[in-house]
Design a protein around this ligand. Sequence first.
Ligand code: FE2
Length: 278
Amino acid sequence: MLNSHQVAAFKENGYLVLPEFVSAAQCRSLMDRAGQLIDTFDPGDHPSIFTTHEQRRHTDLYFLESADRISFFLEEEACDGNGHLLVPKHRAVNKIGHAQHDLDPVYGQFSRTDDLAELCADVGFADPLLLQSMHIFKHPEIGGEVTCHQDSTFLYTDPMTCTGFWFALEDATLENGCLQAIPGGHKSGLKSRFLRHGTDVSFDHEDTAPWPMEKLVPLEVAQGTLIVLDGLLPHYSAANRSGRSRQAYTLHLIDGQAHYPDDNWLQRSPDMPPRGFN
Ligand code: FE2
């Protein structure tokens, strides 16, 4: 799948951009499926707002129990102070997560392909496990900012093996909140871990220095592009104030040969362990 130059660039930069990795039709099928899933979602049941702003981070039981479910998280600006929707539900969902790749056949087919399995081998996986999936909407005008972070903060393994596959389901530009990353930033180590203690969560900061945001490089990509992200790569996306959505699908993989600690927030139930490509 990858040539030696691409593997070297991934090791050097911490990310790799692969245009036309999936077809427009595949992107469309995932966006259509997301719409069908939202049809079944009753936001009255459990309004759960997703924000990455640490002060306002509202990590409820619905979030903590989403490791092996298909759950719906709302956009902060789509709700009033009481969690009631200010916009129609199809415009209000921030993301769907975190196990649709195991529970839904359309997501399963998109997520388990020979191409992705080959890519995993190329970037050094011995026993790739598809741990987490997210369909991110970044709706027009209200799509929230995702503050600068490393994915290994949330999906830590020892040694660190978390790798993200970020699929542009629509064109992603600076205008609609494309991914931004700090090239080579994965070489500076892990800044913090997000820890779970029962139903409580906290950050354990190793390094409290602010991110060098001036080093962020925008990764503007066309629909169908796959961006591979080292779990230690600092990345960010701005709020979407444009009139166009920026849907993306992400998969986060870990290596089954690494230790997965029981104080990570995401814990699969024993009867649904993370699976590889088979
Ligand atoms: Fe991320």
